[in-house]
Design a protein around this ligand. Structure first.
Ligand code: ZN
Ligand code: ZN
Length: 421
């Protein structure tokens, strides 16, 4: 008996329509906003991520990446997130030649060897939007609006948008010095992780969830009070635009991102529908990443959401379980009697050509067994084919909810079904 790996999950037939629906809504919004899909490999050289997600990120520090040597002794890794791969694609394919601003969208599995918890897996599906080549605050606002649109379409409730500015490479060092000095005075009160973070990236101490650390953090100097002029103007414009578009938000001065290529605007969407505040989307500006990965100096901004967490939030918000999104086949074709396979094939073909989802059980010849099978599938209609139907050149259509049925020529049945679809 084989079992799936810890931290992975299976999507079952009666759940998959739910995930498909979420994916389709995201696809649709991507199109509405003019984002083009890109696809890049699940496997890349490990150093892309070591560089791309930052040496001080949890992914690298806590060794959450699946890294291994391939047969050619190349150090490769399963992608732990999407931005590094998307930016590698942008640089390697010189996308800037096709237009300086690129609106990109991707979806697919990512891998992190972390401890599984609710809505968090070692293989998870991530959707990402990246707006590369636009330094303006409006780019950040657009990405936030995309989230807003998704929230509306997916029926997510109790949503709060948190934003912050984490400054830039001009104003961050002075602030970090201040922060480091302050945290240094309180080093003994910090958790073990944070004592490590202190030397690598003190900003990360700000979003530690441990109560002892939070007590220290509450008195700490804050970045958004130490922004340089351009960063301050950028942040003001983001806030003003959101206000004028009637997008409500809260400033969370402790919001920093786990990946350290971010600068200026960072944001998170949380929903209280799961009880505890739950982040289902996070993003921000990353003006340094393209150059850090070997490209030209190119500003960029983006966000990503995990399908699994999103699915939990949607279920909690709508009160609708994932199995309720299941779409049964529309017509079940029942060959009642012997030697009817040709008639069954022809009916199935005609129905499918007309765009109806149709299926049968080839092994059954008795009406009772067929009806049981149709019921198991949840099909609303059954097409009954027996000697009588073959002789008359007609079909019998039964409504499986009411039990009503009638006999008609195929063209009439098709017209009837089309009206019901
Ligand atoms: Zn700055
Ligand atoms: Zn801590």
């Amino acid at each position: 008996m084989y079992q799936k790996l810890k931290g992975t999950y299976d999507v079952l037939p009666h759940e998959s329509d739910f995930f498909r629906w979420i994916g389709n809504e995201i696809d649709h919004v991507a199109r509405l906003y003019g984002y083009k899909e890109i696809q890049f490999p699940i496997i890349e050289y490990a150093n892309l991520f070591q560089r791309g997600v930052g040496e001080s990120s949890d992914i690298v520090v806590k060794k959450e990446m699946y890294v291994f040597e391939d047969r050619g002794n190349r150090l490769v890794a399963l992608r732990p997130e999407g931005t590094a791969g998307a930016v590698r694609l942008y640089i390697e394919n010189t996308l800037h030649m096709y237009g300086y601003t690129q609106r990109l969208f991707y979806a697919g599995p990512m891998f992190r060897a972390e401890n599984p918890q609710a809505g968090r897996y070692r293989q998870f599906t991530q959707f990402g939007f990246e707006l590369i080549g636009d330094a303006s605050p409006e780019a950040d606002v657009e990405l936030i609006l995309i989230n807003h649109e998704l929230v509306k379409r997916l029926g997510i409730t109790d949503v709060t948008l948190y934003i912050n500015s984490i400054g830039c490479r001009e104003c961050r060092p002075a602030y970090q010095q201040k922060l480091t000095a302050y945290l240094g005075e309180h080093k003994q009160e910090l958790c073990e992780d944070c004592q490590t973070r202190l030397s690598l990236n003190p900003l990360r101490v700000l979003d530690c969830k441990k109560t002892s650390c939070q007590a220290v953090v509450r008195q700490a100097p804050l970045q958004y009070q130490h922004l340089c002029e351009p960063c301050s103007t950028h942040f003001e414009t983001v806030k003003n635009s959101l206000s004028s578009l009637e997008v409500t938000f809260l400033i969370d001065p402790y919001l920093v991102r786990g990946l350290d290529y971010y600068n200026r605007t960072v944001f998170e969407f949380k929903s209280a529908s799961l009880g505890a505040q739950s982040t289902f989307s996070a993003g921000g500006r990353y003006d340094y990443l393209v150059r850090d990965l070997g490209g030209m100096d190119t500003p960029a901004s983006g966000f990503a959401m995990g399908m699994e967490r999103l699915a939990m939030v949607v279920e909690a918000s709508t009160g609708k379980k994932r199995t309720q999104y299941y779409h049964p086949p529309f017509v079940y074709v029942a060959g009642v009697g012997e030697n009817l396979s040709l008639a069954v094939w022809q009916a199935l073909r005609l129905l499918r050509e007309e765009g109806f989802s149709a299926t049968t059980e080839f092994r059954y010849t008795q009406l009772k067994k067929h009806l049981k099978a149709a019921d198991r599938l949840g099909a609303p209609y059954a097409l009954l084919l027996g000697e009588d139907e073959i002789q008359k050149g007609k079909w019998t259509l039964r409504n499986l909810q009411t039990g009503e049925q009638f006999q008609e020529i195929p063209a009439e049945i098709v017209a009837f079904l089309r009206a019901k679809k």
